[in-house]
Design a protein around this ligand. Sequence first.
Ligand code: SAH
Length: 373
Amino acid sequence: MTETPPPADGETPLERRLIELIRASGPISIADYMADCLGHPQHGYYMKQAPFGAQGDFTTAPEVSQMFGELIGAWLLDSWRAMGEPGRVNLIELGPGRGVLMADILRTAKLRPAFLQALQVHLVETSGRLRFEQERRLRDAPVKPAWLDDLSEAPEGPTLIVANEFFDCMPIRQYERGKAAWRERLVGLDRTGERLALMLSGVNTEPEDAPGWLETAAPGDVYETSRDARELAELICEIFAHDIGRALIIDYGHARSGFGDTLQAVKAHAYWPPLATPGEADLTAHVDFGALARVALDNGASAFGPIPQGVFLRRLGLIERAAQLKQAADAEQAGNIDAAVRRLASEDQMGTIFKAFCLSSPRLSIPPGFDRL
Ligand code: SAH
């Protein structure tokens, strides 16, 4: 995925609305731009596109192979055991996409009927279109899910949370360091007044949630921060202060907080200019796991990782599971299994840039696959 295609001609309906809004009331934050591009009720990317798979714009780990969801299913089962095998446990997935991960998790859960019986499955999804796909895929699943608009609506009680490629959709703000101060990067209009363009705010602003290391910034450095990601992590930590549980968060991002512009758009499996076709390309940013770990520290929860996805999946038994599946496979299927292992775990594919991270009740020990932070 290297080519950057030229921007498409013609403007998208969301672009027209944003241009009018900016003309009327001035530039908007990158966070507001991202939130509209992804979640606008009529024009948002997840509301109307079919993003996933070969025909779509990108392929996520559960869509690469059933092994991903099976290993996570085993991780969740192990966590339920560590929680003392409660008779009822919430299993909450944030942003389930086409429902593939949950289908694989629930199939794996069948191996332990007491676990399956304990599960109360909740899917947090804002897109009606994707809810429909999830409902269809999980129609024959051994547990019927319920849908929530927001994690805050989840019932109390022991809780397991799983989120794959969810935090990367959380809107970010960007700040650029000048000689002596920070200015926010905004989405405004170019000289023609007809196209969206990135620009610097006319006023200096201290970044939101400024950690101490921001003092090391040199002119031109960009600092990104996501209030939505922090608030979501806070909510998870609040749940775990009250009820026993663990959250497994898998996403692409950096282990150490640092400077850099990571806003990126993807369309038809290629990088795409982030401002070119609002609402018609996926728009994400690297997850700052360091910031999430700080939230855990401030809220009395434990954090583990992040560790590279390849390391995590191997520790959970990826190679053994692949060998097991290959025993019943023909030569072509065996080749596909090997290719999936490479895709999920090798360094030059999803193995290193994607990372696994865990937030947990302080009472629980180190989760499978992780080391202490
Ligand atoms: N976890 C899936 C899909 C990742 S794409 C997979 O790995 O294949 C992101 C998912 O999060 C989509 O289902 C999208 O509709 C959903 N989503 C994005 N922002 C959301 C929000 N603020 N609240 C709830 N769901 C959201």
